[in-house]
Design a protein around this ligand. Structure first.
Ligand code: CP3
Length: 346
């Protein structure tokens, strides 16, 4: 059905002529056409208007040439639907005027009806699928329950999420109730996205690496595992935990179809920790896209050699930075497409 199915083949572990490539946060940020739209409409208007979300989602497919699209939206639309107010302050990022700090606050949080609160995301998925015309697959996503808790409790981005951690360690009952509400909402949300048409989903555990290995299991992975279990047989799940190399062994036996790896873990180490069978995704240092295009291409070829071309999805180790020149993002993608063309490759 889908013309370029490299990404889906890699998720199934099938042999490919070259690995697929996409970039986390590829829809927006560094693209000049996106920046023009950003000046016209505020952030959540762009998320809530299916025409705009679809237009932004397909931009990197046409302008950069990635092998998969990721829906333009945000992980924070989920807490918004749960009765937690979230604003996006230009130049600051997420801003929650009433952060959650007590059991009483958690009790106010709802597990919403998805169609009523997030129906606009499903409309965006349907419209995007039409625009993509089966050229490449569409990835849906959600934040991990822990990462959503980080914003809901901290109230904004943070270097160490100290308030979120204090909440978990001093009020564990309230923290677990909140995590469970986010988990239940996320499961219903991702199921609805699959019904609307996404071909795979990624869980972003952007702040999982803030936790110790033991706390990670208790406050993050336990809930990610519930989501993976609930989506089994429904859609392939990619689990990405930033800074979570220490949990890769458990992730590898979770039922996730692929695991995201950041640049602090070498490809060889990631293969070793995961047993060599599961598809891996990553892990180019996003700041390395500042290097000259010839260096980017050399490093990408080395990265593919190190991961191996099969059971591998080329990506960055975290989101693309806003000030990356588009030519450099294109060089990253082209390097992957040229990989197969290189003669005498061993
Ligand atoms: O590829 C894509 O960009 C698809 C859409 C997407 C956005 N956010 C759009 C966005 C995705 C997949 C996300 C996920 C997301 N959002 C994560 C997980 C991934 C990661 O980077 O770890 C997180 C932690 C968030 C929360 C968030 N949203 C932050 C911290 C910020 C501000 C800083 C920034 O620019 O990323 C946002 C705003 C946001 N989300 C923007 C975009 C394009 C920029 C704001 C704007 O355009 O006005």
């Amino acid at each position: 059905m889908i013309k370029n199915d490299l990404f889906l083949k890699a998720l199934k572990g099938e042999t490919v002529e070259r690995p697929p490539v996409w970039m986390m946060r590829q829809a927006g940020r560094y693209l000049p056409d996106f920046i023009k739209l950003r000046d016209k409409y505020d952030f959540f208007t762009r998320c809530r208007t299916p025409e705009l979300a679809a237009e932004i989602t397909v931009m990197p497919i046409h302008q950069v040439g990635t092998d998969a699209a990721i829906l333009f939206s945000d992980i924070l639309v989920v807490p918004q639907a749960m009765n937690i107010e979230v604003e996006m302050k230009p130049g600051v990022g997420p801003w929650l005027p009433n952060p959650i700090r007590s059991m009483k606050d958690v009790e106010q949080v709802i597990v919403p009806n998805i169609e009523e609160t997030l129906g606009y995301v499903m409309e965006a998925v349907k419209m995007t699928k039409k625009e993509l015309n089966d050229e490449v697959p569409l990835i849906g996503f959600a934040g991990s329950p822990w990462t959503i808790l980080c914003y809901a409790v901290q109230g904004q981005g943070s270097k160490n999420y100290d308030i979120a951690k204090e909440f978990c360690f001093t009020q564990p009952q309230a923290a677990h109730l909140l995590l469970q509400k986010i988990t239940d909402t996320t499961i219903a949300y991702l199921k609805a996205k699959v019904e609307a048409g996404v071909d795979a989903v990624q869980l972003f555990d952007s702040w999982g690496g803030m936790l110790s290995p033991e706390d990670y299991q208790q406050f993050s992975w336990k809930y990610m595992q519930q989501i993976i279990d609930a989506l089994k047989g429904i859609t392939p799940v990619i689990a990405f935990g930033k800074g979570c190399w220490f949990a890769l062994d458990k992730m590898a036996v979770s039922g996730a179809k692929a695991l995201g790896v950041d640049w602090t873990c070498s490809p060889q180490m990631a293969r070793k920790l995961t047993g060599g069978e599961i598809t891996l995704q990553g892990n180019f240092d996003p700041a390395r896209l500042f290097s000259p295009p010839e260096d980017i291409k050399r490093m990408v070829h080395q990265m593919i050699n190190d991961f191996g071309k099969d059971r591998y999805i080329v990506n960055l180790g975290h989101g693309i930075l806003p000030n990356i020149p588009v030519e450099n993002a294109i060089a990253f993608v082209e390097a992957v497409k040229e990989y197969n063309a290189k003669p005498n490759r061993f």
